[in-house]
Design a protein around this ligand. Structure first.
Ligand code: NDP
Length: 617
């Protein structure tokens, strides 16, 4: 399939200074001095938002007391890929521990109507060639992803030891036995030699701290705990027929809401979409997997595609390279590369960034025109237009979202001037001074992504050697070796977006982290190593190195509308007194994800575990 540049307004029709000023104004309307504190943690009255499981009953079991080689904390993609890597290395005696009832992570918990992946499934789903699996379409459904994730766990034996419906409550290094002691909400005492933190990024839902949220007497739930008993339908067949006589409000218009709103609009008697910041929503152009295309694929095709996606979405394509992905994630570079191929490629990062900025304004202008070409009510169309730079928010694609606002029972309400929904009452909500009565409020209000670590990780005690708490050590900055290990915490591995490479598919990051930690653990077992921990000197050197190479996104995110991408627009001050944005991308390695992957490969190939203090039995 040929992939063309998009039809965007000419550069001289786009008034960049005026748009820049408009973006600045829209941002200042939304900046909330409460920052992360504006959100309510899923505790106390709202504990069931996090602790309960609407998908599977929690069965009683006896507490476990055991010595374990490796505890993998999590059974989502990060946990499954870590388990896969350990199995491949022949490591025995490991368990995935998860508070969900099965593998899948976000894809276990999230089952809201319309859930699907906004990324190219041929890139996002890992190990397709090894698993001999093909997704049914480019943007595949949530249940297919969950099933696929579980099939990997099944194939590599991860079910044999998995401990589900088990929530870690504390973790402490015990020097006397040189293991981590893990306590859980099931009364377990697990003594793990190694721990892999595979707790994901979108694991803890958060609620907006709307005044009066406790007063509402109707139905409330978070999108990550969808209640089909109330709405009718199932994830696989989301006919929400029980909403036919219900007035529903959905709070939030991020990627989740964009997917759920078309179903709510179709089935609810009335739907109020309460919007603080508009999403960027492009057409989806979803296509079923073409069996003829599949027949043409050669061994290694997935890696090639992932590299192509990464270059077009996050770095720079090669001269003459074709965009295989051809969606909103690759649009800017696709459009730019046409000009580069004709007139020469940029000779400096500054030249590229300057050209990219102009293209960004033109693409966003196209997307705003798209809203008014679909939404018939002019006021609604104005509300739904996004006023920020591309990638200040996660872009979405959906063919039914904007048309939903043409349905008679659907109304979008702008709550930006009051920095969110003004108030909730016993019967509904107040927006812009008007009370609306509703039967049900659905929170599409996201997750703890860039808040303080104890909020994100969910357990209060996380201690390494000498009783050092990770929450104190990392209160203002990360300090790691390779983004995966840290001083004072022997035998502990982190997965995710900390001081490493940032890939266009999160599963690529998790796969690499699983592979690396499994290799270190397997080597430790072979060599009789009981503890390994980054030396302070090696860690300091790595932190200096990563910061010298990291792309400082501060100036970009500083101008972005608030969100979890930029810690709700709030800077934090590190212990040198420097103001920094806590970006969820966590100081990514400047030369890019695949260069980071190569750097780790070289480290492993050298075989000397450079930078780690090794303790033998
Ligand atoms: P987000 O954090 O992206 O969105 C939360 C929404 O709630 C925002 O619109 C926010 O407004 C709004 N909100 C928060 N507080 C209030 C308030 N007081 N009043 C009104 N509105 C409020 O969460 P999502 O669940 O949409 O998405 C989270 C992440 O999940 C995505 O970024 C993505 O990484 C992932 N995801 C991935 C998908 C995929 O395809 N792979 C699909 C869906 C989600 P504001 O923007 O103003 O803060």
């Amino acid at each position: 399939m040929s992939c063309q540049p998009t039809a965007i307004p000419p550069a001289n029709n786009v008034d960049i200074p005026a748009l820049r000023e408009r973006y600045r104004q829209e941002r200042s309307i939304r900046i909330n001095s409460k920052g992360q504190e504006q959100y309510v943690r899923p505790k106390d009255d709202f504990a069931d938002v996090y602790e309960g499981d609407p998908h599977m009953p929690t069965l009683p079991r006896e507490p476990i007391s055991e010595d374990l080689e490796v505890a993998i904390l999590g059974g989502g993609w990060a946990g499954v890929l870590a388990g896969y890597a350990l199995a491949k290395q022949g490591v025995k005696g490991f368990r995935n521990i998860d508070h969900a009832g099965d593998f899948g992570g976000v894809w276990y918990w999230n089952r809201y109507p319309g859930l699907s992946c906004d990324n190219d499934a041929y890139c996002y789903l890992p190990l397709l060639e090894e698993m001999n699996f093909m997704p049914t379409k480019k943007f595949t459904d949530g249940f297919e992803i969950r099933n696929y994730c579980q099939s990997i766990a099944r194939k590599f034996g991860l079910y044999d030891n998995a401990l589900f419906h088990t929530l870690i409550t504390s973790m402490r290094w015990d020097e006397s036995i040189k293991r981590y002691r893990l306590t859980t909400d099931r009364g377990d005492d697990i003594r793990a030699r190694f721990v892999i933190m595979a707790n994901g990024l979108l694991n803890i839902p958060k609620l907006p701290g709307i005044p009066g949220i406790h007063e509402f007497k109707g139905k409330m739930f978070h999108t990550a705990r969808w209640e089909y008993d109330y709405t009718g339908g199932t994830q696989e067949n989301p006919v929400l027929d029980k909403l036919a006589d219900k007035r529903v409000a959905i709070i939030g218009t991020g990627a989740t809401s964009v997917q759920a709103v078309p179903f709510l609009g179709k089935y609810a008697k009335e739907l109020y979409v309460l919007q603080r910041t508009a999403s960027t929503v492009d057409e989806r152009k979803n296509t079923p997997t073409d069996p003829e295309w599949v027949k043409t694929l050669q061994s290694g095709w997935q890696r090639e595609r992932q590299l192509n996606f990464h270059r077009f979405a996050m770095e720079l394509p090669k001269a003459g390279e074709t965009d295989l992905i051809c969606d909103i994630w690759t649009e800017i570079n696709r459009n730019l590369s046409v000009g580069f191929n004709e007139n020469g490629w940029p000779t400096s990062p500054e030249e590229y960034m300057a050209k990219r900025e102009v293209m960004d304004y033109r693409v966003m202008e196209r997307l705003r025109h798209r809203v008014e070409s679909i939404v018939q009510d002019k006021d609604a169309a104005e509300i739904l237009k996004p006023w920020y730079r591309y990638l200040c928010k996660r872009p979405a694609s959906n063919d039914e979202y904007y048309p939903t606002f043409n349905l008679p029972g659907v109304k979008v309400i702008d709550v930006s001037k009051t920095k969110g929904v003004e108030r909730m009452t016993e019967k509904g909500f107040v927006a812009n001074g008007v009370e609306y009565e509703v039967d049900c409020v659905i929170f599409a209000s996201g997750f703890e992504v860039s808040s303080d670590l104890d909020r994100r990780w969910g357990f209060d005690i996380f201690e390494g050697r000498e009783g050092k708490s990770i929450y104190d050590l990392w209160a203002t900055e990360y300090r790691t070796l390779h983004g995966m290990m840290t001083h004072y915490f022997p035998n502990l591995f982190f997965t995710g977006f900390i001081q490493g490479g940032f890939a266009s598919s999160t599963t690529e990051i998790f796969k690499l982290h699983g592979l690396h930690s499994a290799w270190v653990i397997a080597e430790a077992q072979k060599r009789g190593i009981i503890t390994l921990e980054p030396s302070l000197a090696a860690q300091n050197k790595y932190v200096d190195f990563i910061r010298a190479t990291a792309i400082d996104m501060s100036s970009f995110v500083r101008e972005c509308t608030p969100s979890y991408f930029n810690n709700e627009g709030q800077e934090i001050v590190n212990n040198k007194g420097e103001k920094k944005f806590r970006s969820y991308t966590g100081e990514p390695y400047g030369p890019g994800f695949y260069a980071f992957e190569a750097m780790l490969q070289e480290w492993r190939d050298r075989g000397d575990m450079e930078g780690l203090d090794l303790g033998h039995a």
